[in-house]
Design a protein around this ligand. Structure first.
Ligand SMILES: [Zn+2]
Length: 99
């Protein structure tokens, strides 16, 4: 759905992001964009929400890794813990266990 969002990266380079869970760099399109709304981490499924984002593989294990290493407060530059229950519910609710 991004008809006019031209990527000016010289034509072939794919934008990459690092997953806050496993720290693997992956094409941005493979990762979920997460943003912080107050003390909650929410999914930015359309890539429209403003503010600092964090990237995560759509996988519970990456979410758990990110929680364990307190990656979200660091990514969003806030001191306190953040509620990731909405992200977790989304990942648990997705019936696409590809493994
Ligand atoms: Zn990951």
């Amino acid at each position: 759905m991004r008809q006019h969002g031209k990527l000016e990266y010289g034509g072939h380079a794919v934008p990459q992001r690092t997953c806050v869970g496993c720290r693997v760099r992956t094409a941005k399109s493979e990762l979920l964009r997460l943003v912080r709304v107050e003390d909650q981490v929410v999914l930015d499924l359309r890539g429209r929400l403003p503010g600092r984002g964090a990237s995560l593989h759509p996988s519970l294990s990456c979410l758990e890794l990110a929680e364990r290493r307190r990656a979200f407060p660091r990514a969003f530059r806030v001191p306190g813990p953040l509620d990731v229950s909405r992200v977790r519910a989304h990942l648990e609710g997705e019936p696409r266990n590809v493994m």
